[in-house]
Every structure is written in C-alpha cells, then in structure tokens.
Design a protein around this ligand. Sequence first.
Ligand code: SF4
Length: 495
Amino acid sequence: MRPSDLACRLAEAPSGADLASRALSPRQDDSTDEEALPPDDETQQSVRFCTGTACTFAGGLKLRDRLAGIAGASPVRCLGTCHDAPAAQRGHEVFGGVNRLPVELWSGELSASLLLGASAKRVPRVSLVKPAALLRRVLDGQATPNAGMYELPSGEEILRRVDAMGLHEPGRPDRTLTARWREARSTPAERRFVVARGDEGEPGSFLDRVITEDDPHALLAGLHAAARAADAREAVIYLRAEYVGAHRAVERAIHEAHAAGWLGDDLHVELILGQGPYICGEEASLLRAIERGRPHARPLAPFPVNRGLWGSPTVVHSVESLLTLNTTLTTGRGHDRRLICVSGAVREPGVVEALNGMTVGQIIDEGAGGLKDGVRMVLVGGPRGRVLNADELDLPLDPEHVPGMGYGSLMVLSEDVTPRALAEHLFQFTASESCGACTACRVGASLMPKMVDSAALTTLMEHMSSAARCGFGRETPRPIKDLLRLYPGELFPQE
Ligand code: SF4
C-alpha cells in the first residue's frame, strides 16, 4: 500500500479516529493554506488538561479537580508546555500557567477571552555556544526559508560529509546516521522510506513542538537530505496531534517547498497526526502506528532499516536529528551540541543550545537563570534518565552519564515534591505506558507501587532491567534506583 493510499484510507475513517493523514505533495488543488488546516469542530472545542510530569507537579492535580465539573474536560498525556505548566487545551489553543486563573473561571462556562490572558508563553531560547547553530535561524530572526536550505549534494557526498562529522541520533552514539542509511540503501527493495518522529510525549520535553513550529523548513530539508542519503523517495512526518500549531507550520512548509520547487519531484511527503502512546518513540511501534496497527516494541530483527513501513527499508529520525542534519550540511556546525529543554523550578525555563558534555548545573545556571530556592531534585533525561539532588549538578549531560536520554531535558522539582510523590508518578507512568508485550515489564510495572521495602523493589527492578524486551522496561527503573540511593527513608519511612 502506498502512503497516498494510506492517506485516503485514513481520510475515510470515522470522525473521532485518533489518527489522521494528509497527502501533501505535490498540491493537487488551488486551496489556500488556511483551507488546508484541520477544522475547528465541536470535538476540538472540548477542554483537556495535561497530566505530564511538569504539569502534575505544578498544580495539575488541583487543575484536574477544578476542571472536573466542566463538561468535556478530560486528561491528555502531554501538551508540550512544560516550560509554562500546568497547561490546558481548548480547541486548538493551548494555554499555559492556567493555575494563575481564579478558581471561579473554571467552575462554569469556560470563557476563551478570559483564558487568553493565560495563553501559552512563547518558549524562551538561549544558546550557550557562540555563534548559535541549531537555534541560529530563530535567534537571529532568519527563519525565512530559502532555496539554499534544500540544495543538496549527491547521496554519496552526503554520506561522506556526515561520516566525517560522525553524526548519530541525539543521545544514541550507537546509532550512526550513515550506517543506517547505508543499510537501507543496500537492502534490495522497490521502495524505501524515511520517517520523522515528532510525537514526543516524554515528560519534560517540548523540543519537537518548538522545532516544528519555529523552523519547519529545517525539519523538511533535513528529511530531504536523509531521503537522498538512504535512496528513499517517500517520507512520512509523524506529528503529535495535540501540536496543532506545529501541524499547521509543517503543512504550510510542505506546500511552500513544493510551490517554490525546492523539494522537486524526487520526494513524496506525507504528514500523519498521531496520538500514539509513549512506546511510539520506539521505531517498530511508531511504524506500526503509521500502518494503523497496535503499537508494540519489536527490538529484534528484522529491523525497520531492512524491513519497516509496508515491509520496505525505513530509516526513522527524530526531529532534532533532522534539524541537526540540515544545520550541519548547510553551515558545517552543530554536530557537537544538543538542544535541552529546561522546565520546573528555574528562573527562566526554555530551550537551551548546549555543547555536548556541558554539566547540568552549567545549563541551568547559564541557560535558564539558575535554580529557584528550595530545590531538592532534578529529573534529568526524562523517565528513563536520572534523578539528581541539588549537590550533584556537576554531572555532564551526555549519554555516558545519563544513558537512555532520548530527548535532552532537565526538569527541576521544587521542595513541595516529595521523593515518594515522584516515585509514585514514575510508577504510574511506567504502568500506563508499558506496551504489555513482555512479562518482565508488564508485570513488573504493575508490581512496583506494591513493593513494601527497598530490597523488594530493588530485586524487582533488577529483574526488569535484565529481562525486559526493550529499552522502556529495562531503563524506566533507573530514576527509581536514584531515588532509593538518595532518599531511601523517604520512599519507605518504616525502614
Ligand atoms: S519492555 Fe515494556 S514496552 Fe518494551 S516490549 Fe516489553 S512490555 Fe513493551
């Protein structure tokens, strides 16, 4: 089945389907961009409150209670607004800091005009490296797209240049871009795909939203380069459905790139909106979701790079990886750094461009205005990363010290958040996001909150870490182990 067939099939799906797709290249009609945007129908007018980690610990539970009486109010896993938590969504609009509103506003008819005062703040951006590379187009006000972004050398030349820079998927030094492209190129097939994974739901990360809203052409041009290097002529951009602004920006960018002739006829691009579970960060799960199957991890051969979407070789890249690819190909800079999302109890939460190996403390102090008073814990690298206390912030933020860090994120938790509360939140996250395909993770996740002492919990987590099938089950115990290391008496007061 071709992706355009998929788009047609999904377009015919009953309303309320949690996945939608548009055939976008090249444009077949003369409709305007606005006409191409998703309708603001009644379903989308409902109110949703974010249950992500930052929102939960920034008053999200109180927000949930306030909204409980409002018809249609429902939870949503992540709105990508960790920098201005807690967040809620009405229709297409996302509002940050909504606990600043008086309680009375939430008790009856929700007024959008009153809510506008709480509209999500633009995410601050800071580069700790001069000149900026990954954020340069945004910081310098140069986000106007141009033909140069899309001018590409041959596939072989891209491979040579990217080899020389040693680019790999962010946070995954074992995943060299060129090795995956070469594998896809050398696998005999009539069709090959490249996929942009923009469905973050990682607690503490809002990077996919920022990149796709700010600089969608960099994403698209990076995808174009990846396709040429992998000898693919079909591409899919899988975006989180809640990111309506990002969807609009990417859709517009695709039309602009085709209208200007920058993409040419050698790449067919599909945009798919997904509300997939967290496990869709795993490649096989993501591809299953695109094919509209039930997502579950498949960390065994055949790998997607040999047998992926519709049985064809498929290379999946994160949005950050494609931004880095475009930046390095057009400027020669950027391969030595990452974008880090900083949220929680810091003075200026936002996105920070940092050199690989900068310490957690450096990034917080120089990029986010420093810690607020009374900080006890920092969740580094999301639910598969680490928990540090305030005396451990000299840890370099790299895969060696924070393995499992898919997205670069630092979530600073105020002293109101107890280690037990964080542990329970992480237990709940693991249980609700486990895909259930293997016993060690499925059963382990359900048992973790029931353990009565640290020895039993440690034994259970060791079993999960050694026997779970994929990185999710093997790595989600990691921050809990840190909590036991740092605060054993607070997780189990009876000990
Ligand atoms: S470890 Fe968890 S997420 Fe991974 S395959 Fe097993 S059940 Fe699924």
